[in-house]
Structures are given as structure tokens and as C-alpha cells.
Unconditional design. Structure first.
Length: 411
């Protein structure tokens, strides 16, 4: 019965409409912010190196506190945790806009505000993925993850496009205010689900620190989750480099201005559209039992798309490479999401997913920092390093992720 569960029927399941709306608003705000903050640094401070470190600061602190965030997910409940993340993010992005209006922005203050913005991000990011397997039947998990991944990919179309146009034609302050509004709207949209989820849910007890440590040890002791963390973090190094390298390459080619900003957003938009198509295609193939092949093949092909394609044929090659990279990310993400959920004890989802997802994403801030430094020396070298990271990710997925579920005794 659940094999025939359509996307429309998935969206009619109790709680799914509110979750998907909140997830879309959360991700749209985050995608706009990710590009806008890089454009902001390049416009205000004219420093690719600082742009790389700001991109690093927008992710790294949240990754560090992710074990505590995971423990809080089990205590607050996933829906409440997402609301906390969106409300805090709205306040901090609003603060960024107001400081810029007052012409009081400095490099240390910018880094501090962006780092604070990062701290609650694991609550929202993991909270969405914790709720999905609790709202859908087990046999529909592939399709639900494909819906989640493809909707994220569609946001990746709208987010950069909106960011590029807004920043180019309306300026940094309007763009930041729009991000704050989206976070606030997402907070309001999830209130009905929070009210329903808050009844009849037993909160976790005991030491918060101990719960966080248990989540870390669960991931470390699980061969599947440990292998995924190593493989996907290497894959995310590639994306971290692209976050900084793509705007710098376009600005070097076209110069500063609304046209360049809009093109940067457009390039990321078509990459996101391709990602949605890739995710839907992966769902039709069904990943069950073949997740690591999806991850390894997708990462290996991504390397070719990054170098030489993206690096060697000007803006046309860059556009073609980003489309291919986006398409390949879909199958990789569906494979990672499904494997992680299938091989995690449902009782541990909050703690484990927050820790596992943060371990998996740890390569992105590192890649951004590397990209900001290397792209100044040579854009081609930056793309080559990104390609190497994807090759290593493919090797790690095949060698380190067990082909079959292991018997985990990690409690």
C-alpha cells in the first residue's frame, strides 16, 4: 500500500503540510543568506579571504555545538526546536541589517553576528529530518526524502535567484530584511504542528551534556554513520569551495554590478533546479540496499564536472558544470538521507541526526575557508581542489560505508 503513496498523498499526511511549508521558508531564508552574506562582504570589504571566513563562521559554530543541539531536539521536540532556530535567526539577521543601516559594521562585529547566527542552525536542519520519518510510513521513506530533497533543490533555485536580484537592485539592507521576514514567517507557520506535537510527548531527562555525549558516541561507534560522516564531509568541501569561488569568478569576468550579482544567483538557481530533477530521478530508481553506490558514483562524477568542465571553459563551462554538479547532488543526498535514517535507532533520531548531519556538513565551512584563500591565487586551482575532495568522498563511501546494515550495540 505505501509503495503507491504519491507525493500528493504524502503532503496530506498529518503534520506534513506544516513541516514542508516551514522547511521551505527556513531553507529559502538560509539560501538567500548564504549567497547574500558573501556578496555583502565582497561589496563592503572587497575581500575574498574575508568572504571565505564569513562563510566559515556561518556554519562552523553550529557544527561544534551540534551534539548539544541534538540533545535539545530530544528534549524540546523537533517542531519546537525548529521554531527556536527560526526565531533566533530572524532576530540576528535583523540585527545585521540594522547595524549596516547605522554604518557601524566592522569585520569583527560581522564575524561575531554571523557566528551567533550559526549556533542554532542544527536545531532547524536536523529537526526537519527528524520529523520526516516520524510522519510518514517506513516504506514511503525514499519518496518522502526525495520530496524533501527536491523541495530543497527548488529552494536552491529560488533562493540564489532572489538573493542575486535583490542584492543587485535593492541592496544589502533590503536583502537582509527579506531574510529576517522569511524566518519570522516560518516560525508562525509551524505553530500548529508545535501545538499538536507538544501533547503526549515524553521529554528526555538527565544531563544535557551526557545526552549530547551519547549522541556523539552513537555516531562514532556506528560504522555506517561514521563512514557517511567522512565521505559526505569530503563531498561538502567541494561545495564550500564553490560558495566562494563562483561569485569571485563571475565578478572577475563581468566586474561588480547588478548584472554580475544576478548572474551569480542565476547560476546557483539552475544548479538547484538540476538538483531537484536528480533527486526525483533517484527516488524512482529506489536506493534501498544501493545507497553507497549512489553516493560514490555521484561524487565521482561531480569531480569531473568541477574539473576540468567548470574550470576550463569560461562562464559557459562554469554554468554547464554547476548544472551537472547540481543534478548529481540529488542522488547523493537521497542516498545519504535514506541510509542514515534506515541505520539509526528511531529512539535516537534527535541526538544522532543532529550530530551525524553536522559531522557530514563539517567539510563545507572548511571548503569555504580554503576557497577564499586559494581562489585569490588561482580559480582553476580552487576547482581542482574541489574535484579532488569529491574523488576522496567517492572512495570513502565505497570503502568505509558497510554494504549491509551492521548490528549496532552503541547505547
Amino acid at each position: 500500500m505505501t509503495d503507491s503513496l504519491s507525493y500528493r498523498r504524502l503532503l496530506r499526511l498529518d503534520g506534513m503540510p506544516e513541516l514542508m511549508l516551514a522547511a521551505c521558508l527556513l531553507r529559502l531564508a538560509g539560501r538567500i543568506f548564504t549567497l547574500a552574506i558573501v556578496l555583502y562582504v565582497l561589496a563592503r570589504f572587497d575581500s575574498p579571504v574575508l568572504a571565505g571566513w564569513v562563510a566559515f563562521a556561518s556554519l562552523a559554530p553550529g557544527l561544534i555545538v551540534s551534539p548539544l543541539a541534538g540533545a535539545m531536539l530530544d528534549r524540546l521536540g523537533a517542531a519546537k526546536a525548529i521554531v527556536v532556530d527560526m526565531a533566533v535567526s530572524a532576530a540576528l539577521v535583523l540585527a545585521l541589517a540594522l547595524v549596516d543601516v547605522a554604518a557601524a559594521m566592522t569585520e569583527p562585529l560581522l564575524l561575531a553576528l554571523v557566528a551567533l547566527y550559526s549556533f542554532t542552525s542544527p536545531l532547524g536542519t536536523a529537526g526537519v529530518r527528524v520529523l520526516i520519518p516520524r510522519l510518514v510510513p517506513p516504506d514511503a521513506l525514499d519518496r518522502a526524502n526525495a520530496l524533501d530533497t527536491s523541495s530543497y533543490a527548488l529552494i536552491s533555485v529560488a533562493g540564489p535567484a532572489v538573493a542575486g536580484v535583490l542584492f543587485g537592485f535593492a541592496g544589502a539592507q533590503v536583502t537582509l530584511l527579506a531574510v529576517a521576514f522569511l524566518y519570522a514567517a516560518g516560525t508562525a507557520s509551524l505553530v500548529p504542528l508545535v501545538r499538536r506535537a507538544s501533547t503526549g510527548v515524553a521529554a528526555a531527562t538527565g544531563s544535557l551534556t551526557r545526552s549530547a555525549l551519547q549522541g556523539v558516541m552513537y555516531v562514532v561507534r556506528s560504522p555506517s554513520l561514521r563512514g557517511l560522516a567522512i565521505s559526505y564531509s569530503l563531498f561538502q568541501v567541494s561545495w564550500g569551495i564553490l560558495i566562494v569561488a563562483v561569485p569571485v569568478v563571475v565578478l572577475n569576468e563581468l566586474g561588480r554590478g547588478a548584472t554580475a550579482d544576478s548572474l551569480i544567483g542565476g547560476l546557483w538557481a539552475v544548479s538547484g533546479l538540476a538538483g531537484g530533477m536528480g533527486a526525483i530521478y533517484a527516488a524512482h530508481l529506489r536506493t534501498d540496499g544501493r545507497e553507497r553506490q549512489f553516493i560514490a558514483i555521484g561524487a565521482l562524477a561531480t569531480a569531473v564536472a568541477l574539473y576540468p568542465l567548470s574550470a576550463s571553459f569560461g562562464l559557459v563551462g562554469l554554468a554547464a558544470g554547476l548544472i551537472l554538479v547540481g543534478f548529481l547532488e540529488g542522488p547523493v543526498d537521497v542516498g545519504v538521507l535514506s541510509l542514515r535514517q534506515r541505520r539509526t535507532d528511531p529512539a535516537w533520531l534527535g541526538r544522532v541526526l543532529a550530530v551525524s548531519m553536522s559531522f557530514n556538513m563539517s567539510g563545507q565551512p572548511l571548503g569555504s575557508a580554503i576557497g577564499g584563500i586559494v581562489v585569490v591565487l588561482s580559480p582553476s586551482l580552487a576547482f581542482a581542489i574541489a574535484a579532488l575532495a569529491s574523488v576522496l568522498a567517492a572512495i570513502a563511501a565505497y570503502l568505509l560505508v558497510p554494504a549491509a546494515p551492521e548490528r549496532e550495540a552503541v547505547s
